[in-house]
Structures are given as C-alpha cells and as structure tokens.
Design a protein around this ligand. Structure first.
Ligand code: GRF
Length: 212
C-alpha cells in the first residue's frame, strides 16, 4: 500500500449506530491535521441517531443501511460493502456500530472497530456500552481500557492493533469508568488509523505486526 499523505489522504468511511462521539473525534483529528485521512461518507444503521445528523451538518455523504432490511450478516455485509465500494473506501472505521456484518472479501483487513475494554476479555454479543463497564466492575479487574482491532465475522474477535489501559477505581460506576476509557479511545483510534494510513500494519494470522 502507498502511504497516505496530507496531499493524498486515506479514503476513510465511518459506520455508526449512535451518538457519533467517536466519529466526531476522528473528524476533529483530521481537521487538526493529525490524521492524513478524508471522510468519504458515513453509514448509519438508523436514520434517527445523532451521529447521522451530525454527519449531515458537516456536509458529508450519509447512507442509512438498516440491519432489519437484510436477511443475515452476509447479506447485510454485501449491502454495506456496496456503499463502501461506491465511495472507493480504503478503510472503514466502525464507530459505535452495533451490528455484526460479514466483511466482503474485497474489504478484508480494511475494516476496524473499537471496543471499550481490553479484548479478548469483556467482548462478544451484547457487550456494548454500559454493559461492558458494569461487567468489568463486577469482575474486580484492576485494569480496563480500549482495543482497536480489525473486524472479522464475529463480535469483537479480529486481530488487535492498539490497546490502551486505564486503572479501575473501587468507587467507579459504569459511567465514570466509561468516561476514563473514552479519553483513551480518542487517542487509540487515530493512532491505529495513522498506522494503517502509513502502510505499517501487517496481519499475520491472528496477530498484527507493526512495521518500522
Ligand atoms: C464506545 O464505547 C466505543 O468503544 C464503542 O461505541 C462507543 C462510542 O459510541 N464501539 P459513540 O461514538 O459515542 O456513538
């Protein structure tokens, strides 16, 4: 892959299902000149979410592709893949996207997700938002954090790219822990995308080698 530069930025698409804070952080990183990428479009899994409205306000192309309109993760993946191909997407970043989809062959190794815990712990179906942080607190774990990984066709299971850890305090609630983790998410996702844009990530089986 030819490394992306400010003059030839990475064509980045976003998939979201909610508030869009992760998307806004990536947008801000790009605007600040810290990420050599350009958002070519935003796919929302519902029309009525704040993230989709925000993308429109920012003048970005948006598409709503609802899970319930497709029979199975494969067909849903094909539908998402069609939109991403139309935008000539080089990397798709799931940013609070809640649905499992089967990544079409042409996009394998080109879809990332962020999860608000240190995978492979506290991941899998149903583990999103406050459920994750409540499970971490109930487990007594002293550390939590976030994980950026390549997506495959299972929940939270693909090769891990970047992790950042935070301490867990005895007094934490799911909300206070989520806020501490989110601060690190705002660093980890741009970092992983920068590595991808620089052509430095190589998937080797279940692992990712960071070159250079
Ligand atoms: C974060 O917890 C992230 O790890 C997960 O979705 C949450 C962000 O959603 N994948 P949003 O960006 O606030 O909509």
């Amino acid at each position: 892959m030819i490394p992306a530069t400010a003059a030839d930025p990475l064509r980045l698409a976003i998939l979201l299902s909610g508030s869009g804070r992760t998307f806004e952080n990536l947008h801000a990183e790009i605007a600040a000149g810290r990420l050599p990428a350009r958002i070519v479009g935003v796919i929302a899994s519902r029309a009525d979410v704040r993230g989709c409205a925000r993308a429109r306000e920012l003048g970005l192309p948006t598409e709503v592709v609802r899970r319930r309109d497709f029979d199975g993760a494969q067909r849903y993946g094909d539908a998402l893949g069609e939109v991403l191909a139309r935008w000539r997407t080089e990397l798709a970043a799931m940013a609070g996207f809640l649905h499992l989809w089967s990544v079409p062959p042409a996009l394998r190794g080109r879809v990332m997700n962020i999860h608000p815990a240190l995978l492979p712990a506290f991941g899998g179906q149903g583990m999103h938002g406050a459920h994750v942080h409540a499970a971490v607190l109930a487990s007594g774990a002293r550390l939590s954090g976030c994980t950026v990984h390549f997506a495959d066709d299972q929940y939270d299971a693909g090769p891990i790219i970047v992790q950042r850890a935070v301490p867990v305090a005895f007094e934490d609630t799911p909300e206070t822990l989520a806020a501490r983790v989110f601060e690190q998410e705002c660093l980890a996702y741009p970092e992983a995308i920068r590595l991808f844009a620089a052509g430095r990530l190589e998937i080797v089986g279940r692992r990712v080698r960071i070159r250079g």
